[in-house]
Write a protein that binds this ligand. Structure first.
Ligand code: ADP
Ligand code: MG
Length: 271
């Protein structure tokens, strides 16, 4: 078995994120000069059980091996923190991509390509009984070839948001109706979030917005949103509508969507 990495194996190039969990750094591995991201999660104040579950969670992530998911390479504990070595996505996240389009519509061809890659990532995860649980434009990255890499899977979240309603921070734009009603999370909740991201790609806005959490939850439960521009095909609008169906059972699975002829023909173009 290969030796576990340690912090000394890497040169730190930049800090790309800092939060209550710890930090995210862009690093270069000395051995092969390759660029990675190291996410550091503070273990201080955590019980042995919580630490164990963090380490176990990392092992699960390392098992996921899909072209469209940020690869988790290694993890190790050092300086009272858990360090996770993962693939670096050079071209930022989808929220950034949407902002860069600065009000100009993203061409439909690009939307199909992004959608298929996100679906392939979700299909891969769901077929392994793994749920993303925090699917959003900020967590879908683009690599240097602009290929989709879904990231931010699990770890920190699983650790500190077991009881998610009480610890929810920020505005829950991607919350599905069933979660508003405290029904447990399932793969269709990821599909709802995918519908939200697809909507954002077409409009530059979230489908449901409000000034406060309570008002937002009401809008999500009501389930009405402004239509996307008519310049996009009916098929795109329909796909959004199917993912944003209030009834999780009526939402398509990633498998079902990928089996649709229109998606298959776009997928073929992806190669
Ligand atoms: P949070 O999502 O709570 O902001 P993260 O640690 O997930 O914290 O991310 C911090 C920052 O690092 C974000 O700006 C994110 O876009 C970026 N980031 C996270 N993972 C990667 C990655 N694998 N490649 C490139 N950038 C990343
Ligand atoms: Mg994130």
């Amino acid at each position: 078995m290969p030796r576990r990495s340690c912090l000394g194996d890497f040169d730190i190039l930049a800090t790309i994120g800092k939060g209550s969990y710890g930090s995210c750094k862009k690093v270069r591995r000395k051995l092969d000069n390759r660029i990675y991201v190291i996410k550091t999660i503070s273990l201080e104040g955590m019980s042995v059980k919580e630490k164990d579950s963090a380490v176990r969670e990392c092992k699960t992530l390392a098992d996921l091996d899909c072209n469209y998911i940020i690869k988790y390479y290694d993890s190790f504990i050092e300086e009272h923190s858990l360090h996770i070595v993962m693939e670096y996505a050079a071209n930022g996240d989808l929220q950034n991509f949407i902002r860069k389009s600065a009000g100009k519509e993203i061409p439909e061809k690009i939307i199909w390509s992004l959608l298929i890659q996100m679906l392939l990532a979700l299909q891969y995860m769901h077929s392994r009984k793994y749920l993303h649980r925090d699917f959003k434009s900020l967590n879908v990255f683009l690599d240097k070839a602009n290929k989709v890499k879904v990231g931010d899977l699990g770890v920190a979240r699983k650790l500190d948001t077991e009881s998610f309603a009480s610890t929810m921070v920020g505005t829950p734009y991607y919350l599905s109706p069933e979660l508003c009603e405290n029904v447990s999370y399932n793969s269709k909740s990821d599909m709802w979030a995918l519908g939200c991201v697809l909507y954002e790609l077409c409009t530059g806005r979230h489908p449901f917005t409000a000034n406060n959490q309570a008002a937002l939850i009401l809008k999500i439960i009501r389930g009405t949103y402004h239509p996307i521009p008519t310049s996009y095909s009916r098929t795109i609008a329909d796909t959004i509508a199917r993912c944003l169906n209030k009834d999780p059972a009526a939402r398509p699975s990633a498998d079902e969507l990928l089996a649709k002829p229109v998606l298959r023909s776009h997928a073929r173009k992806l190669g």
